[in-house]
Write a protein that binds this ligand. Structure first.
Ligand code: FAD
Length: 400
């Protein structure tokens, strides 16, 4: 097997790196690298996405006809890696990575013509309205209902954990359109809902890291034109399953884990234990090496999945990637805490401000490391918890 990297790819990586270094403002890079994984404003996300679109790199995985590229698996992988390594913002996943492939496969031509260009330049910033109180793992039990009224749909109910609903102006939403269906999965449809409807209320949910990533969304007689139904009525479960496959591949975040490994190494090289850098101590080296090996394995799995995606929909590699990729992120952020030692103190900005403490004075409080560690606890839960992924694999691969 030839594992050498072709010169053409090395040149391409250098081109992407040079472009990002020339175009990415320092403050944006700082926010992406130094802090939590997502505290950019919608305008900052839009600014960077439009730069990438102008360069022709806005949605590498899309077909060329819709503004994508003809890059092969390795080229896309290289691109994602450099983007993550350089601290450039990743594309907002909901529209580009999840909904767009569904519209391309199952949507009408009018929907593709209308939505895809607007998703590409982030004029439409989508959020994902799937989960509800009591309907997370058991998603098919969802209760938000949509009733026909002439050509329109009228939607009422509550969504839970709707990430970035406070930044989004559109939501792809699962709704119950046939409460009488024999199986709950058969009575679900997918609607595209504008967030500026007066019947929508968005309330923040603050997570462990003290940040506002996610929300609860209330829908009260929200009127949606019939043209905003994706595919066929009562077929939403089919689209949702395909969409979740795409979502699960996104959460592996291999580029991010590579950057984390680099950061762990830098931090551990600076910290000494009895005069010895942490990177030279056997126990720490063993942990680091074991995570690096795991990352390599996840990377290979990702490449296998990407090459399958080109031929068909993502298969069970997506479930495996979700499990291993998310565990790896958690282990790496934990090791980063270890490498920071007591500097990784809980960063309590409000308490510090109350007591008039100089936050960035003499002591290097790496509160961002702690916040990132806390924020990363969620990755084994969202996109379908890891326990559920194990169940799916057991059922589909082992026939249990
Ligand atoms: C920060 C955050 C952001 C999110 N963002 C979004 C979003 O943007 N859009 C969206 O639609 N959803 C989002 N989610 C929701 C997420 O997908 C759900 O939280 C997840 O599917 C789990 O559902 P639940 O919270 O209802 O937990 P439950 O389903 O109640 O599960 C509780 C525990 O029981 C376990 N469990 C449940 N059923 C089984 C079973 N059959 N076998 C074994 N174990 C089981 C689970 O693994 C879990 O550990 C987000 C969640 C969080 C926390």
């Amino acid at each position: 097997m030839d594992l050498s990297i072709p010169q053409e790819l090395t040149d391409f990586a250098a081109e992407v790196r040079a472009f990002i270094r020339a175009e990415l403002p320092d403050d944006l890079r700082e926010k992406v690298i130094g802090r939590r994984f997502d505290i950019l404003s919608a305008d900052e996300k839009r600014f960077w996405q439009r730069k990438m679109v102008a360069k022709g790199w806005g949605a590498p995985a899309w077909p060329v006809a819709y503004g994508g590229t003809d890059w092969d698996v390795l080229k896309r992988h290289t691109f994602n890696e450099v983007v993550a390594d350089e601290g450039a913002p990743m594309p907002v996943p909901f529209g580009q990575g999840m909904l767009a492939p569904i519209l391309i496969e199952f949507g009408s031509e009018e929907q593709r013509q209308h939505f895809l260009p607007r998703i590409l330049n982030l004029e439409y910033f989508f959020c994902q309205g799937f989960s509800e109180p009591g309907s997370g793992s058991d998603l098919a039990s969802l209760k938000t209902k949509a009733m026909r009224d002439g050509d329109d749909w009228v939607v009422s109910g509550q969504k839970m954990w709707t990430s970035y609903a406070h930044q989004a102006n559109m939501m792809f939403c699962l709704v119950r359109t046939d409460p009488e269906a024999e199986r709950p999965q058969q009575g679900i449809s997918m609607l595209l809902i504008p967030m500026d409807d007066p019947g929508i209320t968005v309330r923040p949910v603050i997570t462990l890291d003290g940040e506002h990533h996610t929300n609860e969304v209330f829908l009260d007689d929200v009127r949606i034109p019939g043209a905003n139904l994706v595919g066929e009525v009562n077929k939403g479960w089919t689209y949702a399953k395909a969409l979740l496959g795409y979502e699960r591949t996104e959460v592996a975040r291999i580029g991010l884990s590579k950057r984390l490994i680099k950061m762990v190494k830098e931090a551990a090289a600076k910290r000494t234990v009895n005069g010895v850098p942490l990177t030279e101590t056997p126990a720490f080296r063993r942990k680091l090496a074991s995570l690096e090996i795991e990352l390599k394995a996840v990377e290979m799995l990702n490449l296998r999945m990407l090459s399958n995606v080109r031929r068909n929909l993502p298969g069970n590699e997506a479930n495996m990637l979700k499990i291993k990729g998310s565990e790896l992120q958690q282990d790496l952020t934990e090791l980063m805490m270890e490498a920071q030692g007591t500097d990784a103190l809980r960063f309590d900005r409000d308490a510090a401000l109350d007591q008039n403490i100089d936050l960035f004075g003499d002591v290097d409080y790496r509160g961002d490391v702690t916040a990132n560690y806390l924020a990363t606890r969620v990755v084994t839960i969202f996109s379908g918890s890891n326990e559920i992924q194990h169940n799916i694999l057991a059922k589909e691969l082992l026939d249990l």
